[in-house]
Write a protein that binds this ligand. Structure first.
Ligand SMILES: [Zn+2]
Ligand SMILES: [Zn+2]
Length: 376
C-alpha cells in the first residue's frame, strides 16, 4: 500500500478543512512519525510521534504552545511530516469537532475570526479521501474506479471555486465531502488505476458536471427537469440495478387536511362542492403534480416536505395522504447504489460511466487547457 501511495504523484491540492466551523482552537498532533512545525520566519519545532501542540487564535495571531510550554504568536504555521508516512491529526476544541487525520502538510493561518486550516495534499490522495467520505469502505473495485473519475472531474470542473479565499476546494458537500486520509484498502488502488482521467463533454471537451446521488428509484432524472439546466449528457436512464438497494423505496404519511391547506397556500382553489381526487401516480418521472387544473413542481413538494426524492406517487387513504416514493436524492447523473450493483455484477468502470452519462469521453486531464490557481 505504501508503495502504491508513493506512486501517486498528482498536483498539490489545497483543501480548506472544517470549512464551515470557524475553528478558533485546535490540537495538532503527530499521529504518525515526527512532524515539523514551521512558523513565520522559519523557526521550527518538532512534534514527536504521539505528542501535540495547541493552536489558539488570539489578538490576530495563532498562539502555539507545546508540551514544554514553549509559546509564541504567529500569522502562519505549517505542519508536515519528515517523510510521506507522517500523519497530521487535528482535533478542534473551540468549537469541538471530531478528530481527523491528514497526509502531507496542514497549514494554519490567522484570519479575523478563525484559524484557516488548509491541507496541501496530492490530488490523488485527496480523491481517495473524498471517495471514502462519500461512498464508504468495502465496495467493488470497478465502482471505486468510476467514483475516482467522477471526483476528479468535479475537482477540475470547480478548481477555481474558492480561488479568492486562497484554496481550491472546501471539505464540505458544497464542494466534495473530505474527511482526510483514506484508509479503505480497495480505494487507493482504484484511484491509481484511473490516475489523471476525467470525464469531458464530447461537444466542447470541458469537464462535465458529474453529478451523482444515492439511489434513482429506477429512472434517473434529467438536469433539465431538476435544475432547468440543459445538459444533454445528464439525460434520463432506466436503471434496473438499484431496485433492491437500501434506498430504493420510502414512504411518508401526511394528513389530508394538512395536504389541502398546503396546496391552498400554493394557489390551489378549493371547491367544497366537488369531490376531488388528490392521488397522483409516477410510473416514470414526471415534473409536476397535478390536481384538477392546478399544478406544481414535484421538486418544490420535495423541498417543502423534506422528501427523499421527487419520484413519488400519492394515494389518499383514511383521511391521510400516503406518499410512496422511490430512490433517494436528486436523481441526476450516476446512481451510486445502481453503480455499486453493476460493479458487483462484473461491469467495468467505463461501462458504468457510459450507462449513466451520455456522450462523454474519458480523457487525461493533462491534455486539456484547464487553469489551475496557484497559491503561496
Ligand atoms: Zn466549497
Ligand atoms: Zn438507480
Amino acid at each position: 500500500m505504501l508503495l502504491l501511495c508513493s506512486n501517486l504523484h498528482g498536483r498539490s491540492i489545497w483543501v480548506s478543512l472544517y470549512n464551515s466551523l470557524q475553528v478558533r482552537s485546535v490540537v495538532v498532533s503527530a499521529y504518525n512519525g515526527p512532524l515539523i512545525v514551521s512558523v513565520d520566519g522559519g523557526v521550527q519545532y518538532t512534534i514527536a510521534a504521539g505528542q501535540a501542540v495547541y493552536a489558539t487564535l488570539c489578538d490576530g495571531g495563532i498562539w502555539i504552545s507545546n508540551m514544554q510550554g514553549q509559546t509564541g504568536s504567529f500569522k502562519h504555521v505549517t505542519v508536515q511530516g519528515v517523510d510521506s508516512s507522517a500523519i497530521v491529526r487535528l482535533r478542534p476544541v473551540s468549537p469541538q469537532a471530531e478528530a481527523r487525520n491528514y497526509e502531507e502538510a496542514v497549514s494554519l493561518a490567522a484570519d479575523i475570526d478563525r484559524i484557516q486550516l488548509i491541507n496541501r495534499v496530492d490530488e490523488e490522495r485527496y480523491i481517495a479521501g473524498v471517495i471514502e467520505a462519500e461512498a464508504g469502505q468495502g465496495r467493488a473495485r470497478e465502482f471505486y474506479k468510476a467514483k475516482a473519475i467522477i471526483c476528479r472531474t468535479y475537482l477540475y470542473g470547480h478548481i477555481d471555486r474558492h480561488e479568492n479565499e486562497g484554496f481550491h476546494l472546501c471539505d464540505e458537500v458544497h464542494c466534495q465531502a473530505y474527511k482526510g486520509q483514506c484508509r479503505g484498502r480497495n480505494i487507493l488502488p482504484a484511484v491509481a488505476a484511473t490516475q489523471g482521467i476525467i470525464l469531458t463533454d464530447r461537444k466542447d471537451s470541458k469537464p462535465i458536471l458529474a453529478t451523482f446521488h444515492s439511489n434513482c428509484g429506477g429512472e434517473t432524472e434529467s438536469a433539465q427537469n431538476a435544475w432547468q439546466n440543459n445538459l444533454p449528457y445528464l439525460a434520463p436512464v432506466a436503471d434496473p440495478y438499484c431496485s433492491s438497494s437500501s434506498n430504493a423505496r420510502w414512504q411518508k404519511t401526511v394528513s389530508l387536511d394538512d395536504w389541502i391547506s398546503y396546496l391552498v397556500k400554493n394557489g390551489y382553489k378549493l371547491n367544497p362542492d366537488v369531490v376531488t381526487d388528490f392521488s397522483f401516480q409516477q410510473l416514470r418521472r414526471i415534473p409536476n403534480y397535478t390536481v384538477n387544473k392546478f399544478t406544481m413542481p414535484v421538486r418544490q413538494i420535495r423541498t417543502d416536505w423534506q422528501l427523499r426524492s421527487t419520484f413519488f406517487s400519492i394515494a389518499v387513504e383514511d383521511g391521510n395522504v400516503l406518499f410512496r416514493g422511490r430512490g433517494y436524492g436528486h436523481g441526476v447523473g450516476l446512481c451510486q447504489e445502481g453503480a455499486m450493483e453493476m460493479a458487483r455484477r462484473g461491469f467495468k468502470y467505463g461501462e458504468i460511466i457510459s450507462f449513466y452519462y451520455k456522450n462523454v469521453n474519458l480523457v487525461p486531464v493533462n491534455t486539456l487547457q484547464i487553469r489551475v490557481p496557484e497559491f503561496d
